[in-house]
Design a protein around this ligand. Sequence first.
Ligand SMILES: CC(=O)N[C@@H](CC(=O)O)C(=O)O
Ligand SMILES: [Zn+2]
Length: 312
Amino acid sequence: MSSNNVVGFDEARRVAIFGGTHGNEMSGVTLVNLWLMNSGEIQRRGVETKAFITNPKAVEKCSRYVDTDLNRAFTTENLSCPSGKDLPYEVQRAQEINTMFGPKGSPEAYDVIFDLHNTTSNMGCTLILESSKDHFNLQLMNYVKKAIAPASCPVLLNEDPCLKYATVRSVAKHPVGLEVGPQPQGVLRSNIFEAMRIILKHALDFIELFNEGVEFPPCTVDVFKVSERMDYPRDDNGNIVAMVHPNLQDCDWEPLTPGDPMFQTFDGKTLPYEGVGSVYPTFINEAAYYEKQQAFVTTRRETLAANAIRKV
Ligand SMILES: CC(=O)N[C@@H](CC(=O)O)C(=O)O
Ligand SMILES: [Zn+2]
């Protein structure tokens, strides 16, 4: 009856799991290295899953990147410019990855790419969605959320063209970011490692079921949509003059209402949030974002509707 509204997708036969996009985010680096040695855990009937270290030089140095952030490098300019040894390492790497797993935006591209990240902020397990119109990914994320309940797994929607960036995973037809924290850079924490592993297990189970022909009924997915990047307060020389306020630190996904403490200056003054309406901050005090002039991002809650899906 409702089958008129079922959206058909091709089988997701080619799937990749990326780790080491940032070389100091150890859960993804370690899981992918494990799966490169023994891929039994990530294989499913009717799916070919490839584990892959995207930035081996950064992993070697245990740094976020060597020349430039690989997870910002997948722009059309970078991917189409003439290749050469004089290009920044990550731009060369982006071109190689685009050839292996893309080309980005083409029918030959991989079906699904999971890209594994860690954050120093207290975000828990977060799935990152790049398009509210990707009904395959909405269904996948709904499945994962249900599968891990009562544990929670918020979905961060990053689709505003002014705020989004050219990610490694954007090479795939269905890009899925997985961000798990808190975990310091260069450190492995068992709870974070296991949480990431379990999310991937369920996501791969979903793909297996989908490829077997299971129809997933319409559903809704609550998401947190990125709305604004918040910088630290700075002096005229650009130096930071305040820290994340203790009341905000570690309170990712909790409402921040006008008047609530946001920053604390070095001489102890509280600077309140002065925006309009409640927002849900996340990536609070992420170490890698100091260089990006970002103390946290604000998000707003939305409920997205996903159509029924089935393989064609
Ligand atoms: C802490 C960190 O690296 N976060 C990721 C988020 C993402 O994958 O979209 C990044 O900024 O690239
Ligand atoms: Zn990262």
